[in-house]
Ligand binder design. Structure first.
Ligand code: CP
Ligand code: NVA
Length: 306
C-alpha cells in the first residue's frame, strides 16, 4: 500500500490490517498508552472544500502518533492561484512525509500521487470518500462482530460516499444495496468494479430506485446529504426528487430489528433522515465519527511509518 486513493486498490488483507491496527490504537488512546509511530513526521493537509471531521481527526491523529500536521487551505497556498499539481507534488515531497487532500476533481489526487514521491491519502473527492468508508466498516464490525454476510443498505444520492461504500462492501464480503433515484445513481465504472469484487468475496450488489427493496432485511442503513459540497445551487430541485428517499421510522422498520444507522455527517435532519432515526437508539453516528480518528491513524502509520 503506497497511497490511499480508492478502496478498490486495497485487498481484503489490507482492510484487516488497517482494522487490527485501528483497534489497537483505539485501545491505547483509551488506556493512555503512547504510540509515537510517526515521531518527527509531517502530514500536509490540502483542503479545497470545507471539513470538520476530516480536518480535526487527521490533525489530532498526527499529534497522537507523535508527528506534526500542516493545514494547507487552497485559499492560502499557490495551488489555489493556479500553480500546477506537478510542481506542488514535487515541492511538497521535499518538505513533508505525506499528503492528505480533500478536493473536487478525483484526477487531481491521482496526479498528486503520480508526480510526488510521498504517500497521498484521499480525504474526499467528488467521486470517492475512502477514509469515511474504512471508519464506517470498522464501526459496523465493532457493533456486529463481523462484516461478511451482513447486508448494508444505502438510501439516497449515488455520490462519493455511496461509491466508496460499494467498493468497500464488495471487498469485505458484505451485501450492498443502493437505492437512488434515476439520474442520481452511483458511478458506472465503480459499480462494475464492485460487481467484480463481489464475485470474489461472495457478496451481492443490488442497485435499485426502490428504498424499501434496498432496506429489506438490512443490518445497516446508511444515508448522506442530498446536496454535496459544490451542488448548493441544486438544493431546491434535489430536495423534491429525494424526499421519497428519506430514512424515517417507516422505512427503518423494513430492516432487521437490530439494524444500526450510519451517516457520514454532516447531517440535515428532516431531509435525508428524521430526528427519531438519527437521534434514536439504533443510531451509531458518533461512534462512526470517532472511528475516523482511529482508522486514519492506522492508515497513516501503515503508509508513513517505518
Ligand atoms: N464525514 C466527513 O468527511 O466530515 P467532514 O466533511 O466534516 O470532514
Ligand atoms: N457527500 C458529501 C459528504 C460530506 C462528508 C459531500 O461530498 O459533500
Amino acid at each position: 500500500m503506497k497511497h490511499l486513493i480508492s478502496l478498490y486498490d486495497l485487498n481484503v488483507e489490507q482492510f484487516e490490517q488497517i482494522f487490527n491496527l485501528a483497534e489497537k490504537l483505539k485501545r491505547q488512546v483509551k488506556e493512555g498508552v503512547q504510540h509515537h509511530m510517526l515521531k518527527g513526521k509531517t502530514l500536509g493537509m490540502i483542503f479545497t472544500k470545507s471539513s470538520t471531521r476530516t480536518r480535526v481527526s487527521f490533525e489530532v491523529g498526527m499529534y497522537q502518533l507523535g508527528g506534526n500536521s500542516l493545514f494547507l487551505s487552497s485559499n492560502d497556498i499557490q495551488l489555489g492561484r493556479g500553480e500546477s499539481i506537478y510542481d506542488t507534488a514535487q515541492v511538497l515531497s521535499r518538505y513533508i512525509d505525506g499528503i492528505m487532500i480533500r478536493t473536487f476533481k478525483h484526477s487531481d489526487v491521482e496526479d498528486l500521487a503520480k508526480y510526488g514521491n510521498i504517500p497521498v491519502i484521499n480525504g474526499l473527492t467528488d467521486l470517492m470518500h475512502p477514509c469515511q468508508i474504512l471508519a464506517d466498516l470498522f464501526t459496523v464490525y465493532e457493533h456486529k462482530g463481523t462484516l461478511k454476510g451482513l447486508k448494508m443498505a444505502y438510501v439516497g444520492d449515488g455520490n462519493n460516499v455511496a461509491n466508496s461504500l460499494l467498493h468497500g462492501c464488495a471487498k469485505v464480503g458484505m451485501d450492498i444495496a443502493v437505492a437512488a433515484p434515476k439520474g442520481f445513481e452511483c458511478d458506472e465504472g465503480i459499480i462494475q468494479e464492485a460487481k467484480d469484487d463481489a464475485k470474489i468475496s461472495g457478496s451481492e450488489v443490488i442497485l435499485t430506485d426502490d428504498p424499501e427493496k434496498a432496506v429489506h432485511n438490512a443490518d445497516v442503513i446508511y444515508t448522506d446529504t442530498w446536496v454535496s459540497m459544490g451542488q448548493e445551487s441544486e438544493k431546491e430541485q434535489r430536495v423534491k426528487i429525494f424526499m421519497p428517499y428519506q430514512v424515517n421510522s417507516e422505512l427503518f422498520s423494513k430492516a432487521k430489528e437490530d439494524a444500526v444507522f450510519l451517516h457520514c455527517l454532516p447531517a440535515y435532519r428532516g431531509y435525508e433522515v428524521t430526528e427519531e432515526i438519527i437521534d434514536g437508539p439504533q443510531s451509531v453516528i458518533f461512534d462512526e465519527a470517532e472511528n475516523r480518528l482511529h482508522v486514519q491513524k492506522a492508515v497513516m502509520a501503515l503508509l508513513m511509518g517505518q
